[in-house]
Design a protein. Structure first.
Length: 307
């Protein structure tokens, strides 16, 4: 059974929100004082970090895994919706960064003022981002929170962005002013890639994409004594977060009680492999074994023999 870990999610998000606000303030202050476009763009990305934390706090209050009368499958899709909203925030950041870079190229700007103290401050920022990524990702994987894993992926992109910005600032310090604008474009690419990864991970949950290959479910069910065959296999959700499985099971037993024990064994084996998982099994008698099988092998699924 899936556990309600929203309290842990909120605690992690509050800690990372505080750290992201600190990083954002530091980047913005240094960016304005040095006139660095790449650093201001990086600060904008940190605004998105903070916004995603606030969004995560909001979403986690509604993303309960516990079913109720109005939501018999729980509320975990709120978690995926929140992750997709983070991807949308990243897209907005990309547009803002590109716009600023183009304006700087067309209109020009004052030279970037750089010093050793600025570079040391950026190393502090980098260290904070690394800590946030490792912390959020480890907790997110442990408790199965999509919103934490997505936010950690987001911050991972921020690490690469900050690293590029630091490299550019070092170049500016050495007299290569053009590096500040030149590195703005790869920064944008990394922001976009972070958003794509978040989208790719969470969209299957919302569109009910197959979670487990039917061949795998079939093989597990067929290992249970008393099972003749199974068909109408379907699954949805995300493995490790929550999976729903449905199937028709043909059993060779004379009584309901024994058939029930067989279905419980199938559920137990699926739970051990893909926990947390909810399994719905429709039991059919041996008479169906020759004319109602709609799943048999990877090359024969979906066939409907005539009766």
């Amino acid at each position: 059974m899936v556990k309600d870990n929203r309290a842990q999610v909120r605690r992690v998000l509050l800690i990372t929100l505080f750290l992201n606000l600190f990083v954002m303030s530091l980047k913005a202050t240094v960016g304005w004082s040095t006139n660095s476009l790449s650093l201001l763009a990086d600060a904008l990305h940190s605004v998105v970090d903070s916004s995603s934390n606030v969004l995560g706090l909001f979403i986690s209050r509604f993303a309960s895994p516990i079913p109720d009368r109005d939501h018999p499958y729980g509320h975990l899709k709120y978690d995926a919706v929140g992750a997709l909203a983070i991807a949308a925030f990243l897209l907005v950041a990309c547009v803002e960064i590109i716009q600023s870079a183009i304006e700087r190229l067309l209109m020009g700007s004052k030279p970037v003022q750089m010093s050793a103290s600025v570079l040391w401050l950026m190393l502090v920022v980098l260290a904070v981002n690394i800590f946030v990524t490792i912390y959020e990702r480890s907790v997110g994987k442990k408790i199965g929170s999509g919103i934490l894993v997505a936010d950690a992926q987001h911050t991972l992109g921020d690490i690469w962005i900050t690293g590029l910005v630091i490299a550019g600032l070092v170049g500016v310090w050495m007299g290569w002013q053009w590096l500040d604008i030149a590195l703005t474009f790869p920064v944008t690419l990394l922001v976009f890639w972070s958003g794509w990864e978040v989208l790719k991970e969470n969209l299957p949950w919302l569109v009910d994409e197959m979670a487990i290959a039917p061949e795998t479910i079939y093989a597990i069910a067929m290992e249970v004594p008393g099972v003749i065959n199974c068909h109408e296999i379907a699954s949805r959700g995300v493995v490790g977060r929550q999976v729903f499985v449905e199937m028709h099971l043909i059993v060779e037993v004379p009584d309901v009680e024994t058939a029930h024990l067989i279905t419980e064994e199938v559920e137990s084996r699926l739970q051990a492999r893909f926990s947390p998982v909810r399994v719905l099994i429709h039991v059919e008698p041996p008479a169906y074994k020759s004319d109602r099988i709609t799943y048999d092998s990877p090359g024969n699924e979906g066939s409907f023999p005539q009766t």
